[in-house]
Design a protein around this ligand. Sequence first.
Ligand code: F0G
Length: 458
Amino acid sequence: MELPFSESYKTKMVEPIYRSTREQREAWIKEAKYNLFKLSSDKVFIDLLTDSGTGAMSDRQWSAMMVGDESYAGASSFYKLKDAIHDILGFEYFLPTHQGRAAENVLFSVLVKEGDIIPGNSHFDTTKGHIEFRKATALDCTIDEANDTQLEHPFKGNIDPVKLENALKSYGDRIKFIIITVTNNTAGGQPVSMQNLLEVRRLADKYQKLVVVDAARFAENAYFIKKREKGYADKSIKEISKEMFACADAMTMSAKKDAIVNMGGFIAMRSKELYQQASVYNIMFEGFVTYGGMSGRDMNALAIGLDEGTEFDYLDSRIRQVAYLGNRLTDFEVPYQRPAGGHAIFIDATKVLNKVPREEFTAQTLAVELYLEAGIRGVEIGALMADRNPVTRENRYPKLEMVRLAIPRRVYSNNHMDVVAVALKNVWDRRDSITRGLRIVYEAPIMRHFTVELERAI
Ligand code: F0G
């Protein structure tokens, strides 16, 4: 008999979590203005708000924390991380930052000017925020297949080369670089194929542009290439990762995802000139070039996290857990972005709560219902997050209106996934009784979803 699949690690330390009653949750979510970011974590039973910084570090990572070098300049921890980035990702130069958006802030201070256009697959919200803050435009060239949640496509995160080339032709010098996010978080944690990366590189060379990879979940992307793309089955995740980055001139990394640390990030690049230009901003915004917002111990843990995060057995456990949740939802007929993503399941909210108008934030309404049902916290990826057009101030309605259930790395068991699946099934079963959504009482001028205050629309 074939042995069943199981995790490639065991638990050494635990943290209790508590169930609450529906009455308690009714009061708490109202107090939190129907914004799940405003809930304190002790009011959450299973926290799928994000996979960012929420992973469990290994014993190897924790022991490396004890020998961090906290020297201001030239710490050995910096060199350990530099070596790991060189060996695993293949970049010569790097700058540490405190997290991914800080890397964007520093790099875009060099690369983005007012009026620029930055094409790519779906830009993450902070990436878009940093672009729009500089009065430039993020142009989404993701393939159209990504907008049909029920369509199975192995690389739904891909950039459409035709859309990209049209942009390159139309905008000329207003485009300095192309950004590829692996995996494509916004489109559902969907991977980008190696063939697509090579095609983008070819177009970048033809039009003399730089390619920047937003690498938050590069290892999960490499796993999907190994599993789904012809010619990669026998290559290691590390080999595939190197090949992916060979298509890029520079990268930004939120290390809180695939490097399995609670805080940290970096920029890496091939060009000494770009490194020197970015160093100026790194020193101003983050810290000196050999620590940039991270302590030595954190750089040690990050160096090991890059190694562990690119091990096949770990990735297999991780991505199969996400698929497990997806399969349970398939059994219950709950619609989600197919196939299951690398880090999360994205529920197609407009297909679940089809009576709630989008003006009343369908996905946010579903996220609130799931919280009320079982204390599960997901996050809205829809009209609330899409925010207003910075020029016209009109609400933007993206093609997809989803609730993301992001699975922290090495944290929850498949029993937790069963609770999530059944809670969603219960909401699904009573979907016809949910007809009204939410309305905004307060919103910030940019990235409003983090601090928005809402009330019931009736
Ligand atoms: N790029 C991508 C693709 C991301 O998913 C994130 C963060 C960032 C950049 C920014 O990194 O948080 O370290 O500053 N994503 C988190 C999420 C917050 O929940 O998806 P950061």
